[in-house]
Design a protein around this ligand. Structure first.
Ligand code: GLU
Length: 445
């Protein structure tokens, strides 16, 4: 048997979507699982719809999800002589002919025979097609470019592809492609058509269901490892109950036999859960780097923040976020002084007898002469509590409301550290100076 050779053959007519990413992934995993290789082929022969920037975006997305080490990319638009030669051969043998269309111009068409075509599909089993339903079809268009079916068959043969793994929307192309294999005298590869992905409502996944492209999920703060793991499980499972799996682990376990015959459903909650699992387990430095990139991509300037700051940030927020975006949304108060005060929190916490005096004491404690580290802040605040003999909550809550505007945040030492000393003192001052009005307002509402 020849070594396995698969291919991923996107058309650069859009971004890499979840379905395309899954096709790429299964081709990649199957090649790796069998010690074979994968080819990347850009099917850019539709000159109206193909755009170069889509090719770039597809390559970026593949790289981001960790698909690498493939051969190519090969561009069909750069292989026109192969299709021309094959078309000439077909015309020579009488299998194809020139056809003059008043509107579309002169093109080459393949002669279809009324056969019953049987294909052994690795996922669907034996599939039968009645080719008599298919008319003769264009293989070389009047612009000198091949049609999809033709270029696909010529390339799959010439690139030595052993397994064609693709979405089952291409099953309908089988009668034409099989006719081409037969007319060209090519041996057929093996086919595996993957069932489609459905949205939560049971209808084919589309824009209507929200984000569909890999790039959108990236921008929403999903980690590539989580997304790739989730996408792999849309139609495949290792069969031993494992769910959280690295690309390596999936490559070791992948078989086409375990690809489901029925469509799978896209479950956003599961993706969120899985992303949360990855965030929880990710190496701290990696998570810090991911978070830093995410801040930067969202226009939050963290250029002045130290590596220590980033490490503390992810330590404080790791368990509070399922996506990087959750972390960004929950921490906006750190970067932006125009915080919104939760009136109920102000009333409840700062309106309490003695709270303002306490805050004024705490301002003193926080402005002392020491390095602004989580440990130092904790030490000073704890010794203040001992000195005046109050419970820690009496100190943490007024500080939290003053610094964040609300009653929910990571532990107060970490929160203070992350906000920074200057900002923290400034916000306390806002409360101290405006306390009367703030509290009045609090009482009124
Ligand atoms: N260019 C086709 C597509 O994007 C590829 C189909 C195939 O894999 O044969 O759907």
């Amino acid at each position: 048997m020849n070594p396995v050779r698969t291919r991923f053959a996107p058309s650069p007519t859009g971004f890499l979507h979840v379905g395309g990413a899954r096709t790429a992934l299964y081709n990649y995993l199957f090649a790796r699982a069998t010690g074979g290789s994968m080819v990347l082929r850009i099917e850019d022969t539709d000159r109206q719809r193909s755009e170069e920037h889509f090719t770039g975006a597809i390559l970026d997305s593949l790289e981001w999800i960790g698909i690498e080490g493939y051969e190519g990319p090969h561009y069909q638009s750069q292989s026109l002589e192969h299709y021309r030669e094959a078309a000439e051969r077909l015309i020579g043998s009488g299998a194809a002919y020139w056809d003059e269309d008043p509107e579309k111009g002169r093109a080459v068409k393949l002669l279809m025979h009324d056969d019953l075509v049987e294909v052994a599909d690795m996922i669907h089993g034996t599939v039968e097609f009645d080719a008599s339903l298919a008319d003769d079809f264009v293989i070389m268009k009047s612009d000198g470019y091949p049609s999809y079916n033709f270029a696909c068959v010529v390339d799959d043969h010439r690139m030595g592809i052993t397994h064609v793994i693709r979405g089952d929307e291409h099953l309908s192309n089988m009668p034409r492609q099989i006719a081409l294999y037969d007319a060209l005298g090519f041996q057929r590869p093996r086919f595996a058509h993957i069932p489609m992905i459905l949205g939560p409502d049971g209808v084919k996944l589309s824009k209507r269901h929200g984000a569909t492209s890999v790039g959108e999920y990236r921008r929403q703060g999903y980690l590539s490892e989580a997304l790739v793991n989730f996408i792999a499980l849309l139609g495949w499972s290792p069969g031993d109950g494992r769910e959280i799996m690295s690309l390596e682990e999936m490559a070791a376990a992948f078989t086409i036999e375990r690809v489901r015959k029925v469509p799978s459903q896209f479950d956003h909650e599961k993706l969120q859960w899985m992303n949360g699992q990855y965030i929880m387990r990710l190496d701290p430095d990696r998570l810090a780097a991911e978070m830093a990139d995410f801040f930067a991509a969202n226009g939050i300037d963290i250029s002045g923040r130290s590596a220590d700051w980033m490490r503390n940030f992810v330590a404080a927020y790791r368990e509070r976020m399922k996506t990087l975006k959750d972390g960004l949304d929950a921490s906006r108060f750190i970067f932006d002084d125009s915080i919104e005060y939760d009136a109920a929190a102000v009333r409840k916490v700062l309106g309490r007898e003695g709270a303002i005096e306490r805050l004024s004491d705490l301002r003193e404690v926080l402005s002392g002469d020491y390095d602004w580290t989580v440990e130092n802040i904790e030490m000073r605040l704890r010794s203040y509590c001992e000195k005046v003999n109050v419970g820690f909550g009496k100190v943490a809550q007024p500080l939290r409301v003053a610094i964040t505007g609300g009653m929910v945040s990571p532990p107060i030492f970490e929160t203070l550290y992350l906000v920074g000393r200057k900002r923290a003192l400034r916000r306390i001052d806002v409360i101290l100076s405006g306390s009367a009005e703030a509290l009045e307002e609090g009482r009124e509402t």
